[in-house]
Design a binder for this molecule. Structure first.
Ligand code: BTN
Length: 241
């Protein structure tokens, strides 16, 4: 398996790339925690690990992180309009990369899980530190973690992939979406969120069961409860039932 290598990633990036400072680690507890520990964490910093011993995600999920997949956190400083599109940007960047390498069209489970053939291939989480948002992406590339609900790119193709190429693509595509009109990106993301119309249980600060009616302009989930009331949910964990 090829090592993750800064120069090989950079060779693959567009010339005017915003991704300037790389922290590449063999193994770390979590690239999110490592990012938070960098004193002068700045826009364009990228932290990548070969494996994680304490990978974690939204709502206290753990993220299994064996060697062979992408574990990456990126530091982004952006204004209000761009910030509201960060979830769609991350989901779409992963979506495009997965489609490019597998030639299978993935689906997005609200807000930003990417599924292939009904199984989760990627998860994204975000944390804000002062004026910087740290975006964490886990993408299963060469190894499927030991979970019935997970898959990886390699399950759909015949060969092992060079992670440097996959990371380069992810960073380039993420940057393209970041430069795009946030409203256009949100609308593209909404078109690919499969959760609309489904019966779900959503765990946020409370647990709700209902049918997803649609998404608001901001991308919040509009959930119709059994008594007909609609609640708007900004963030949470969705199980489809
Ligand atoms: C989720 O599905 O809840 C999100 C999972 C996010 C996992 C990635 S892997 C790289 C980064 N480091 C972490 O500890 N978490 C994110």
């Amino acid at each position: 398996m090829d090592d993750i290598d800064e120069q090989r990633i950079k060779n693959h990036l567009r010339e005017d790339s915003i991704w300037s400072r790389f922290f590449i680690l063999d193994t770390v507890d979590s690239t999110m925690d490592y990012a938070r520990s960098i004193d002068d964490l700045s826009h364009g910093d990228v932290i990548i690990a070969g494996a994680q011993t304490n990978g974690h995600g939204r709502v206290d999920h753990s993220w299994m992180s064996p060697k062979g997949n992408v574990y990456m956190s990126m530091a982004i400083k952006c204004g209000g309009d761009q910030q509201k599109a960060l979830i769609p940007i991350s989901a779409l960047a992963v979506f495009d990369v997965v489609e490019k390498y597998t030639s299978v069209v993935p689906e997005i489970k609200w807000p930003n899980d990417v599924l292939l053939d009904e199984k989760k291939i990627s998860g994204v989480c975000m944390q804000k530190v002062d004026d910087i948002v740290i975006v964490g992406i886990g993408l299963n590339v060469n190894i499927t973690p030991a979970l019935d609900t997970a898959t990886c790119i390699n399950d759909f193709i015949a060969c092992e992939l060079d992670l440097n190429l996959v990371i380069g693509d992810l960073l380039d595509i993420f940057e393209d979406y970041l430069e795009d009109d946030p409203d256009r990106v949100i609308s593209l993301w909404k078109d690919n969120v499969r959760t609309i119309g489904r019966k779900v249980i959503v765990t946020s600060n409370e647990t709700y069961e209902g049918t997803v009616n649609g998404l608001t302009d901001e991308g919040y989930l509009m959930l119709e409860l059994p008594d007909g009331r609609i609640v708007e949910i900004m963030a949470g964990d969705v199980s489809e039932i």
